[in-house]
Design a protein around this ligand. Structure first.
Ligand code: LLP
Length: 413
Protein backbone atom coordinates (compact mmCIF):
# COMPACT_ATOMS: atom_id res chain seq x y z
CA UNK A 1 0.00 0.00 0.00
CA UNK A 2 1.33 3.42 -0.94
CA UNK A 3 1.07 6.23 1.59
CA UNK A 4 1.40 9.51 -0.25
CA UNK A 5 2.51 11.65 2.68
CA UNK A 6 5.26 9.18 3.51
CA UNK A 7 6.39 8.61 -0.07
CA UNK A 8 6.70 12.33 -0.77
CA UNK A 9 7.85 13.32 2.72
CA UNK A 10 4.92 15.70 2.42
CA UNK A 11 5.01 17.22 5.90
CA UNK A 12 8.83 17.41 5.99
CA UNK A 13 9.76 17.76 9.67
CA UNK A 14 6.29 18.99 10.67
CA UNK A 15 3.69 16.88 12.43
CA UNK A 16 0.01 16.96 11.45
CA UNK A 17 -1.02 17.49 15.08
CA UNK A 18 1.35 20.45 15.53
CA UNK A 19 -0.01 22.03 12.36
CA UNK A 20 -3.59 21.70 13.62
CA UNK A 21 -2.66 23.11 17.01
CA UNK A 22 -1.01 26.09 15.37
CA UNK A 23 -3.54 26.87 12.63
CA UNK A 24 -6.78 25.21 13.78
CA UNK A 25 -8.72 22.30 12.34
CA UNK A 26 -9.59 21.63 9.57
CA UNK A 27 -6.57 22.85 7.63
CA UNK A 28 -5.38 22.79 4.01
CA UNK A 29 -1.65 22.03 3.98
CA UNK A 30 0.28 22.66 0.75
CA UNK A 31 3.72 21.44 -0.25
CA UNK A 32 5.60 23.96 -2.40
CA UNK A 33 8.03 21.41 -3.84
CA UNK A 34 5.23 19.23 -5.23
CA UNK A 35 3.44 22.29 -6.60
CA UNK A 36 6.53 23.51 -8.43
CA UNK A 37 7.31 20.03 -9.72
CA UNK A 38 3.84 19.66 -11.26
CA UNK A 39 4.05 23.15 -12.75
CA UNK A 40 7.40 22.28 -14.36
CA UNK A 41 6.09 18.95 -15.70
CA UNK A 42 3.14 20.59 -17.40
CA UNK A 43 5.17 23.56 -18.59
CA UNK A 44 7.39 21.09 -20.44
CA UNK A 45 4.49 19.08 -21.85
CA UNK A 46 5.15 20.03 -25.47
CA UNK A 47 8.61 21.01 -26.51
CA UNK A 48 7.72 23.73 -29.02
CA UNK A 49 8.48 27.44 -28.64
CA UNK A 50 4.89 28.35 -29.55
CA UNK A 51 3.28 26.06 -26.98
CA UNK A 52 1.98 27.74 -23.81
CA UNK A 53 0.30 26.51 -20.67
CA UNK A 54 -2.41 28.49 -18.92
CA UNK A 55 -3.32 27.41 -15.42
CA UNK A 56 -7.07 27.29 -14.89
CA UNK A 57 -7.38 29.11 -11.60
CA UNK A 58 -10.86 27.84 -10.73
CA UNK A 59 -9.04 24.80 -9.31
CA UNK A 60 -7.26 26.92 -6.73
CA UNK A 61 -7.00 30.69 -6.70
CA UNK A 62 -4.99 31.30 -3.56
CA UNK A 63 -2.89 34.42 -4.18
CA UNK A 64 0.38 32.79 -3.07
CA UNK A 65 -0.23 29.68 -5.15
CA UNK A 66 -0.88 31.93 -8.15
CA UNK A 67 2.37 33.80 -7.53
CA UNK A 68 4.36 30.56 -7.40
CA UNK A 69 2.77 29.32 -10.63
CA UNK A 70 3.54 32.61 -12.30
CA UNK A 71 7.18 32.22 -11.28
CA UNK A 72 7.08 28.78 -12.92
CA UNK A 73 6.12 30.41 -16.20
CA UNK A 74 2.45 29.51 -16.37
CA UNK A 75 -0.14 31.85 -17.82
CA UNK A 76 -3.73 31.69 -16.60
CA UNK A 77 -7.32 31.38 -17.59
CA UNK A 78 -10.10 33.07 -15.67
CA UNK A 79 -13.81 32.30 -15.53
CA UNK A 80 -15.11 35.44 -13.85
CA UNK A 81 -14.30 39.08 -13.19
CA UNK A 82 -13.32 37.99 -9.66
CA UNK A 83 -10.74 35.57 -11.03
CA UNK A 84 -9.32 38.32 -13.25
CA UNK A 85 -9.15 40.55 -10.18
CA UNK A 86 -7.08 38.05 -8.15
CA UNK A 87 -4.85 37.29 -11.13
CA UNK A 88 -4.04 40.98 -11.45
CA UNK A 89 -3.35 41.15 -7.71
CA UNK A 90 -0.95 38.22 -8.12
CA UNK A 91 0.97 40.08 -10.81
CA UNK A 92 -0.18 38.31 -13.99
CA UNK A 93 0.21 40.36 -17.15
CA UNK A 94 -2.95 41.11 -19.15
CA UNK A 95 -1.48 39.28 -22.14
CA UNK A 96 -1.13 36.17 -20.01
CA UNK A 97 -4.77 36.06 -18.93
CA UNK A 98 -7.50 34.45 -21.02
CA UNK A 99 -11.10 35.12 -19.98
CA UNK A 100 -13.06 31.94 -20.77
CA UNK A 101 -16.50 33.02 -19.64
CA UNK A 102 -19.97 31.58 -20.00
CA UNK A 103 -23.28 33.51 -19.86
CA UNK A 104 -21.99 36.86 -18.61
CA UNK A 105 -23.24 40.45 -18.76
CA UNK A 106 -21.77 43.13 -21.02
CA UNK A 107 -20.40 44.75 -17.84
CA UNK A 108 -18.42 41.64 -16.99
CA UNK A 109 -17.06 41.45 -20.54
CA UNK A 110 -16.13 45.11 -20.21
CA UNK A 111 -14.13 44.36 -17.06
CA UNK A 112 -11.87 42.17 -19.19
CA UNK A 113 -11.91 44.31 -22.36
CA UNK A 114 -11.00 47.50 -20.42
CA UNK A 115 -7.91 45.68 -19.16
CA UNK A 116 -6.91 44.44 -22.62
CA UNK A 117 -7.68 40.81 -21.73
CA UNK A 118 -8.72 38.41 -24.49
CA UNK A 119 -12.30 37.15 -24.09
CA UNK A 120 -13.61 33.77 -25.20
CA UNK A 121 -17.27 33.76 -26.20
CA UNK A 122 -19.32 30.59 -26.13
CA UNK A 123 -22.71 31.31 -27.69
CA UNK A 124 -24.10 33.27 -30.61
CA UNK A 125 -26.12 35.47 -28.21
CA UNK A 126 -22.96 36.37 -26.30
CA UNK A 127 -21.10 37.01 -29.57
CA UNK A 128 -23.80 39.48 -30.61
CA UNK A 129 -23.67 41.14 -27.19
CA UNK A 130 -19.89 41.36 -27.45
CA UNK A 131 -20.11 42.78 -30.98
CA UNK A 132 -22.69 45.42 -30.02
CA UNK A 133 -20.57 46.57 -27.09
CA UNK A 134 -17.06 46.16 -28.45
CA UNK A 135 -17.18 46.45 -32.26
CA UNK A 136 -13.91 46.56 -34.22
CA UNK A 137 -12.04 44.39 -31.74
CA UNK A 138 -10.56 40.92 -31.32
CA UNK A 139 -12.29 37.98 -29.74
CA UNK A 140 -11.96 34.23 -29.32
CA UNK A 141 -14.79 31.71 -29.77
CA UNK A 142 -15.25 28.56 -27.75
CA UNK A 143 -16.33 25.70 -29.98
CA UNK A 144 -17.85 22.36 -29.11
CA UNK A 145 -16.81 19.82 -31.73
CA UNK A 146 -18.96 17.18 -30.01
CA UNK A 147 -16.24 15.41 -28.03
CA UNK A 148 -16.46 15.10 -24.26
CA UNK A 149 -14.64 13.37 -21.40
CA UNK A 150 -14.56 13.57 -17.62
CA UNK A 151 -14.89 11.80 -14.30
CA UNK A 152 -18.59 12.65 -13.87
CA UNK A 153 -21.42 13.80 -16.11
CA UNK A 154 -21.40 17.11 -14.21
CA UNK A 155 -17.90 17.96 -15.46
CA UNK A 156 -18.06 16.76 -19.07
CA UNK A 157 -18.02 20.09 -20.86
CA UNK A 158 -17.81 19.02 -24.49
CA UNK A 159 -20.12 16.75 -26.45
CA UNK A 160 -23.82 16.64 -27.15
CA UNK A 161 -25.31 17.22 -23.70
CA UNK A 162 -23.54 20.25 -22.29
CA UNK A 163 -24.23 23.97 -22.11
CA UNK A 164 -20.74 24.92 -23.27
CA UNK A 165 -19.36 26.05 -26.59
CA UNK A 166 -20.80 26.68 -30.02
CA UNK A 167 -21.56 23.72 -32.26
CA UNK A 168 -19.59 23.45 -35.47
CA UNK A 169 -22.77 23.77 -37.57
CA UNK A 170 -23.03 27.37 -36.36
CA UNK A 171 -19.73 28.50 -37.85
CA UNK A 172 -21.38 30.37 -40.75
CA UNK A 173 -23.33 32.39 -38.19
CA UNK A 174 -20.18 33.07 -36.17
CA UNK A 175 -18.59 34.48 -39.30
CA UNK A 176 -21.68 36.57 -40.18
CA UNK A 177 -21.86 38.11 -36.71
CA UNK A 178 -18.16 38.83 -36.66
CA UNK A 179 -18.41 40.56 -40.06
CA UNK A 180 -21.40 42.62 -38.92
CA UNK A 181 -19.49 44.04 -35.94
CA UNK A 182 -16.05 43.95 -37.55
CA UNK A 183 -14.74 41.47 -34.99
CA UNK A 184 -11.53 39.65 -35.67
CA UNK A 185 -11.71 36.03 -34.54
CA UNK A 186 -8.23 35.91 -33.04
CA UNK A 187 -8.51 32.53 -31.39
CA UNK A 188 -10.56 29.40 -31.01
CA UNK A 189 -10.78 27.28 -27.91
CA UNK A 190 -12.46 24.26 -26.40
CA UNK A 191 -12.48 22.23 -23.20
CA UNK A 192 -13.76 18.68 -23.44
CA UNK A 193 -14.15 18.09 -19.72
CA UNK A 194 -12.39 17.48 -16.47
CA UNK A 195 -10.25 14.51 -15.47
CA UNK A 196 -9.24 12.01 -18.09
CA UNK A 197 -6.53 9.42 -17.45
CA UNK A 198 -6.09 8.47 -21.10
CA UNK A 199 -5.21 11.09 -23.68
CA UNK A 200 -7.23 9.47 -26.50
CA UNK A 201 -10.29 11.74 -26.40
CA UNK A 202 -8.21 14.87 -25.80
CA UNK A 203 -6.08 14.14 -28.86
CA UNK A 204 -9.21 13.41 -30.88
CA UNK A 205 -10.48 16.82 -29.77
CA UNK A 206 -7.18 18.42 -30.77
CA UNK A 207 -7.44 16.93 -34.27
CA UNK A 208 -11.02 18.11 -34.62
CA UNK A 209 -10.21 21.63 -33.51
CA UNK A 210 -7.19 21.82 -35.82
CA UNK A 211 -9.42 20.80 -38.73
CA UNK A 212 -11.88 23.54 -37.81
CA UNK A 213 -9.06 26.05 -37.40
CA UNK A 214 -8.49 25.94 -41.16
CA UNK A 215 -11.76 27.81 -41.63
CA UNK A 216 -10.56 30.71 -39.49
CA UNK A 217 -7.80 32.36 -41.49
CA UNK A 218 -6.91 35.09 -38.98
CA UNK A 219 -6.51 33.17 -35.77
CA UNK A 220 -3.45 33.84 -33.66
CA UNK A 221 -3.95 31.03 -31.14
CA UNK A 222 -5.75 27.75 -30.50
CA UNK A 223 -6.49 26.67 -26.94
CA UNK A 224 -7.31 22.99 -26.47
CA UNK A 225 -8.47 23.23 -22.86
CA UNK A 226 -7.52 21.27 -19.76
CA UNK A 227 -8.86 18.18 -18.03
CA UNK A 228 -5.59 16.32 -17.36
CA UNK A 229 -6.28 13.82 -14.60
CA UNK A 230 -4.35 12.79 -11.52
CA UNK A 231 -4.48 9.36 -9.86
CA UNK A 232 -6.87 9.81 -6.92
CA UNK A 233 -6.67 6.09 -6.10
CA UNK A 234 -2.95 5.75 -5.44
CA UNK A 235 -3.60 3.44 -2.51
CA UNK A 236 -5.11 1.00 -4.99
CA UNK A 237 -2.08 1.36 -7.23
CA UNK A 238 -3.61 3.75 -9.79
CA UNK A 239 -0.91 5.11 -12.09
CA UNK A 240 -0.52 8.72 -13.25
CA UNK A 241 -1.41 9.95 -16.71
CA UNK A 242 1.36 9.07 -19.20
CA UNK A 243 2.30 12.71 -19.53
CA UNK A 244 5.57 12.34 -21.44
CA UNK A 245 4.04 10.16 -24.14
CA UNK A 246 1.00 12.44 -24.26
CA UNK A 247 3.29 15.43 -24.84
CA UNK A 248 5.12 13.64 -27.64
CA UNK A 249 1.86 12.63 -29.35
CA UNK A 250 0.58 16.17 -29.06
CA UNK A 251 3.79 17.64 -30.45
CA UNK A 252 3.62 15.33 -33.45
CA UNK A 253 0.08 16.41 -34.30
CA UNK A 254 0.78 20.12 -33.79
CA UNK A 255 4.02 20.29 -35.72
CA UNK A 256 2.57 18.35 -38.64
CA UNK A 257 -0.44 20.68 -38.80
CA UNK A 258 1.87 23.68 -38.63
CA UNK A 259 4.00 22.39 -41.49
CA UNK A 260 1.14 21.16 -43.67
CA UNK A 261 -0.65 24.47 -43.42
CA UNK A 262 2.32 26.84 -43.18
CA UNK A 263 0.70 28.49 -40.21
CA UNK A 264 2.58 29.79 -37.24
CA UNK A 265 0.30 30.35 -34.32
CA UNK A 266 0.31 29.85 -30.56
CA UNK A 267 -0.99 26.55 -29.22
CA UNK A 268 -2.22 26.34 -25.66
CA UNK A 269 -3.66 24.04 -23.06
CA UNK A 270 -5.33 25.07 -19.80
CA UNK A 271 -5.12 22.51 -17.02
CA UNK A 272 -6.24 23.25 -13.47
CA UNK A 273 -6.40 20.06 -11.43
CA UNK A 274 -3.14 18.54 -12.67
CA UNK A 275 -1.13 21.50 -11.44
CA UNK A 276 -2.49 21.79 -7.90
CA UNK A 277 -4.40 18.67 -6.81
CA UNK A 278 -1.48 16.70 -5.41
CA UNK A 279 0.10 19.66 -3.69
CA UNK A 280 -2.35 19.64 -0.77
CA UNK A 281 -3.50 17.39 2.03
CA UNK A 282 -6.57 18.43 3.98
CA UNK A 283 -6.30 17.67 7.69
CA UNK A 284 -9.18 17.29 10.11
CA UNK A 285 -10.00 15.81 13.48
CA UNK A 286 -12.12 12.87 14.57
CA UNK A 287 -14.62 13.81 17.27
CA UNK A 288 -16.98 10.86 17.33
CA UNK A 289 -17.40 7.26 16.37
CA UNK A 290 -20.69 5.44 16.38
CA UNK A 291 -22.37 2.42 15.00
CA UNK A 292 -25.85 3.07 13.59
CA UNK A 293 -27.65 -0.10 12.53
CA UNK A 294 -24.36 -1.85 11.72
CA UNK A 295 -22.85 1.03 9.81
CA UNK A 296 -19.83 2.63 11.43
CA UNK A 297 -19.75 6.42 11.25
CA UNK A 298 -16.58 8.36 11.94
CA UNK A 299 -17.57 11.94 12.83
CA UNK A 300 -15.08 14.62 11.83
CA UNK A 301 -14.88 18.33 11.14
CA UNK A 302 -14.38 17.58 7.40
CA UNK A 303 -17.87 18.50 6.23
CA UNK A 304 -18.78 19.32 2.66
CA UNK A 305 -18.41 23.02 3.44
CA UNK A 306 -14.67 22.26 3.49
CA UNK A 307 -14.40 19.74 0.63
CA UNK A 308 -17.48 19.18 -1.50
CA UNK A 309 -16.12 16.79 -4.17
CA UNK A 310 -17.19 13.51 -2.51
CA UNK A 311 -20.70 14.79 -1.73
CA UNK A 312 -21.13 16.44 -5.12
CA UNK A 313 -19.62 13.89 -7.50
CA UNK A 314 -19.09 10.83 -5.30
CA UNK A 315 -15.37 11.51 -5.77
CA UNK A 316 -12.74 9.33 -4.15
CA UNK A 317 -9.90 10.80 -2.11
CA UNK A 318 -7.35 8.52 -0.47
CA UNK A 319 -7.39 8.77 3.32
CA UNK A 320 -4.55 8.55 5.81
CA UNK A 321 -4.96 8.26 9.57
CA UNK A 322 -2.50 9.83 12.03
CA UNK A 323 -2.35 8.92 15.73
CA UNK A 324 0.11 10.45 18.15
CA UNK A 325 1.94 11.88 15.19
CA UNK A 326 2.38 8.57 13.44
CA UNK A 327 0.80 7.36 10.26
CA UNK A 328 -1.43 4.39 11.13
CA UNK A 329 -0.83 1.56 8.69
CA UNK A 330 -1.24 -1.62 10.61
CA UNK A 331 -4.26 -3.92 10.65
CA UNK A 332 -6.97 -4.43 11.82
CA UNK A 333 -8.91 -2.61 9.16
CA UNK A 334 -12.66 -2.04 9.26
CA UNK A 335 -15.23 -0.71 6.85
CA UNK A 336 -16.26 2.82 7.80
CA UNK A 337 -18.15 5.89 6.65
CA UNK A 338 -16.39 9.19 7.32
CA UNK A 339 -18.80 12.07 7.78
CA UNK A 340 -18.52 15.77 8.54
CA UNK A 341 -20.31 18.25 10.77
CA UNK A 342 -22.87 19.56 8.28
CA UNK A 343 -26.59 19.16 8.89
CA UNK A 344 -27.29 16.88 5.92
CA UNK A 345 -27.05 13.12 5.63
CA UNK A 346 -25.33 13.59 2.27
CA UNK A 347 -22.39 14.99 4.22
CA UNK A 348 -20.21 11.97 3.52
CA UNK A 349 -16.51 12.13 2.78
CA UNK A 350 -15.93 8.39 2.53
CA UNK A 351 -18.52 5.68 2.04
CA UNK A 352 -17.94 2.10 3.25
CA UNK A 353 -14.18 1.91 2.84
CA UNK A 354 -11.73 -0.45 4.54
CA UNK A 355 -9.41 1.73 6.60
CA UNK A 356 -7.23 1.14 9.65
CA UNK A 357 -9.47 1.22 12.74
CA UNK A 358 -10.05 4.90 13.47
CA UNK A 359 -10.49 6.20 17.02
CA UNK A 360 -11.63 9.42 18.62
CA UNK A 361 -8.84 12.02 18.66
CA UNK A 362 -7.20 10.62 15.54
CA UNK A 363 -6.33 13.01 12.72
CA UNK A 364 -7.59 12.33 9.21
CA UNK A 365 -5.60 13.34 6.12
CA UNK A 366 -7.46 13.71 2.85
CA UNK A 367 -5.05 13.30 -0.07
CA UNK A 368 -5.02 15.24 -3.34
CA UNK A 369 -7.10 18.06 -1.93
CA UNK A 370 -5.38 20.96 -3.72
CA UNK A 371 -7.78 21.21 -6.67
CA UNK A 372 -11.42 22.22 -6.26
CA UNK A 373 -10.97 21.93 -2.49
CA UNK A 374 -10.73 25.35 -0.91
CA UNK A 375 -11.99 26.98 -4.12
CA UNK A 376 -15.35 25.19 -3.71
CA UNK A 377 -15.58 25.57 0.05
CA UNK A 378 -18.37 27.61 1.62
CA UNK A 379 -19.76 29.04 4.83
CA UNK A 380 -22.76 26.68 4.77
CA UNK A 381 -24.12 26.17 8.30
CA UNK A 382 -22.09 29.30 9.10
CA UNK A 383 -18.97 27.18 9.39
CA UNK A 384 -15.68 29.00 9.12
CA UNK A 385 -13.63 28.20 6.03
CA UNK A 386 -10.27 26.75 7.09
CA UNK A 387 -6.81 28.28 6.95
CA UNK A 388 -4.31 27.32 4.25
CA UNK A 389 -0.65 26.82 5.12
CA UNK A 390 2.29 26.27 2.80
CA UNK A 391 5.28 24.09 3.63
CA UNK A 392 7.95 25.88 1.65
CA UNK A 393 10.80 24.21 -0.22
CA UNK A 394 13.16 25.02 2.66
CA UNK A 395 10.76 23.41 5.14
CA UNK A 396 9.55 26.63 6.75
CA UNK A 397 5.83 27.33 7.13
CA UNK A 398 3.85 30.18 5.65
CA UNK A 399 0.24 30.89 6.45
CA UNK A 400 -1.17 31.66 2.99
CA UNK A 401 -4.76 32.23 4.04
CA UNK A 402 -6.21 32.87 7.46
CA UNK A 403 -9.09 30.87 8.81
CA UNK A 404 -12.41 32.74 8.67
CA UNK A 405 -13.42 34.57 11.83
CA UNK A 406 -16.86 35.16 13.38
CA UNK A 407 -16.61 38.71 12.04
CA UNK A 408 -16.23 37.36 8.50
CA UNK A 409 -19.67 35.83 8.92
CA UNK A 410 -21.07 39.30 9.50
CA UNK A 411 -19.42 40.90 6.46
CA UNK A 412 -22.03 42.68 4.39
CA UNK A 413 -24.49 43.30 7.21
N1 LLP B 1 -10.74 25.21 -18.95
C1 LLP B 1 -12.06 25.31 -18.86
C2 LLP B 1 -12.79 26.11 -19.83
C3 LLP B 1 -12.75 24.65 -17.81
O1 LLP B 1 -14.07 24.73 -17.75
C4 LLP B 1 -12.03 23.89 -16.87
C5 LLP B 1 -12.70 23.20 -15.78
C6 LLP B 1 -10.63 23.83 -17.02
C7 LLP B 1 -10.02 24.50 -18.08
C8 LLP B 1 -9.73 23.06 -16.08
O2 LLP B 1 -10.08 21.73 -15.99
P1 LLP B 1 -9.12 20.74 -15.17
O3 LLP B 1 -7.80 20.71 -15.84
O4 LLP B 1 -9.01 21.28 -13.78
O5 LLP B 1 -9.83 19.45 -15.19
N2 LLP B 1 -15.14 20.86 -9.66
C9 LLP B 1 -14.85 19.70 -10.50
C10 LLP B 1 -14.10 20.09 -11.76
C11 LLP B 1 -14.80 21.15 -12.57
C12 LLP B 1 -14.02 21.59 -13.77
C13 LLP B 1 -14.69 22.69 -14.49
N3 LLP B 1 -13.95 23.21 -15.59
C14 LLP B 1 -14.09 18.67 -9.66
O6 LLP B 1 -13.84 18.91 -8.48
O7 LLP B 1 -13.78 17.59 -10.16
Amino acid sequence: MEYFSEKTNFFKHHKPSDLLLKYGSPLYVYNESILRERAKQIRQLVDMPNFEVSYSIKANSNLYILKILKEEGLHADAMSDGEIFVLEKSGYDKDHIFFVCNNVSAEEMKYAVDRGIMVSIDSLSQLRLYGENFPNSKVSVRLNPGIGAGHHQKVVTGGKTTKFGINLDKITEIIEISKKYNLKIAGINQHIGSLFMSSTEYLRGVNELLQTALIFKDIEFIDFGGGFGIPYKKQEGQQPLELVQFGKDLKLILSKWQQDNSRNIIFRCEPGRFVVAESAILLGRVYAKKSNYNKIFIGTDLGFSVLIRPAMYGSHHDIEVYRQNKLVKEKPFESVNITGNICESGDILVEERELPVIMEEDIIGVMDAGAYGYSMSSNYNNRMRPAEVLIKCDGSLKLIRKRDTYEDLLRGF
